[in-house]
Design a protein around this ligand. Structure first.
Ligand code: PLP
Length: 416
């Protein structure tokens, strides 16, 4: 795998436009707070929310992946966080990409990434997007229905295909995907026959055990099912399948180690007799979640007895949509630059049960309740760690608070 140049910004590395903050600041491993303080002092006037993307964390995650699962090539799932600086740094580190739409393919290609590093991993695609993929040379996609085969035959007949199967167990996932995607065991042979009849080239199998998976053993069952599809293809006299796509479901931390152990033992059990097999994956959450920290300003306050209520300038309709759509639990810490400049993290201060509201006029826009915070004031800041996965990607501009306008600043924790 590659490395991120010291003077990295995506525009320099790969000729892409669109990265909004161009310098990389080197910080100590735990220095995101200090880095945020330096940005906040520069932004005294605007008080707009911002993200810090820690490039050192992205590099460390890629190192962790390469050391732990060297036999599995990652295709970063762009849907999880399409920030151009993140995409650029992952491209520089040698990642490939999972795109689900024309716009995602365009954003990856605009970084100078070759189309053969992209999988169009959406089993149900708009015809015009298939046509576009064909025109730019994205030649690998997934399917799980005969109707999809008809569209591919019409618009991109040379495309290599992976049959997406339903993972047998996605019950431990925060966001299971099996009710929407993946062919059932009894559908596999008819689908492979339909592909044969249409003279389409099915080169492998793909599955996803669900995003935010907690049952790492689910990879085992899914890999066993994938093997039975390889065998079914053999019985139909199809050319030998050569790609196994184990999807996403990875979370940085101990879950990743458990997942890796389950995957390696399942590959050993089921796929040693498949020479020349390429194993790929589509991690999104793994590479983005812990790499982004969000800073928001307190724009309003109300005191009700012992309860403190704060309004901030990002919320449920913005980055914190992850609470609704991704079933995320989030947390925050104070940066009291206004009221406690000498001790901005408020170490040792008395805390109060606090509610944190987002900025829109909807009462649903409530970010945290019963959260312990020190006494803070308007223009202090609240900092939210682990905000990279399924946050900005699905934010809106409801009520005029535009998530897409939130700037990303680049920092590096271990690239001295
Ligand atoms: N690949 C596909 C096809 C997906 O639908 C998703 C998420 O929904 C991902 C990859 C990313 O998976 P994860 O969120 O587990 O990283």
């Amino acid at each position: 795998m590659g490395s991120i140049p010291k003077n990295f910004h995506a525009g320099v590395v790969l000729g892409a436009p669109g990265v909004r903050e161009k310098s990389v600041t080197t910080i100590s491993k735990n220095g995101v707070t200090d880095f945020m303080l330096s940005i906040i002092s520069e932004k005294e006037e605007t008080k707009e929310p911002f993200y810090v993307l820690d490039l050192g964390e992205v590099t460390a995650l890629m190192d962790k992946w390469t050391l732990t699962l060297p036999m599995v090539r990652p295709f970063y799932a762009v849907k999880c966080n399409p920030d151009p600086a993140l995409l650029g740094s992952l491209a520089a580190l040698g990642s490939n990409f999972d795109c689900a739409s024309r716009a995602e393919i365009e954003s990856v290609l605009s970084l100078g990434v070759s189309p053969n590093r992209i999988i169009y991993a959406n089993p149900c695609k708009q015809e015009s997007h298939i046509k576009y993929a064909a025109s730019v040379g994205v030649n690998l996609t997934t399917f799980d229905a005969e109707e999809e085969l008809d569209k591919i035959r019409k618009w991109h007949p040379k495309c290599a295909l992976l049959i997406r199967i339903k993972a047998p167990d996605d019950s431990g996932a925060r966001c299971p995907l099996g009710t929407k995607y993946g062919s059932l065991p009894e559908e596999v042979t008819p689908l492979l026959q339909a592909a044969q009849t249409a003279r389409l080239n099915v080169v492998g199998v793909s599955f996803h055990i669900g995003s935010g998976a907690t049952h790492s053993q689910a990879y085992k069952g899914a890999i066993a099912s994938a093997k039975s599809v390889f065998d079914a293809a053999g019985r139909l006299g199809m050319s030998r399948m050569k790609i196994l796509n184990i999807g996403g479901g990875f979370t940085a931390g101990s879950q990743f180690d458990e997942a890796a152990t389950a995957i390696k033992s399942a590959l050993q059990a089921y796929f040693t007799s498949e020479p020349g097999l390429t194993v790929i994956s589509e991690p999104g959450r793994f590479f983005s979640d812990s790499a982004f920290t969000l800073a928001t300003t307190i724009i309003g306050k109300r005191v009700r007895g012992d309860l403190r209520e704060y309004w901030i300038n990002d919320g449920i309709y913005g980055s914190m949509n992850c609470i609704l759509y991704d079933h995320a639990t989030i947390t925050c810490t104070p940066l009291a630059c206004n009221s406690n400049r000498a001790n901005p993290t408020c170490k040792g201060f008395r805390t109060y049960s606090s509610t944190v509201f987002g900025p829109t006029c909807d009462a649903l826009d409530t970010v945290l309740t019963g959260h312990q915070l020190p006494e803070l004031q308007v223009n202090d800041w609240l900092v939210f760690p682990n905000m990279g996965a399924y946050t900005v990607a699905a934010g809106s501009s409801f009520n005029g608070f535009n998530t897409a306008a939130i700037l990303t600043h680049l920092a590096s924790s271990n690239m001295n």
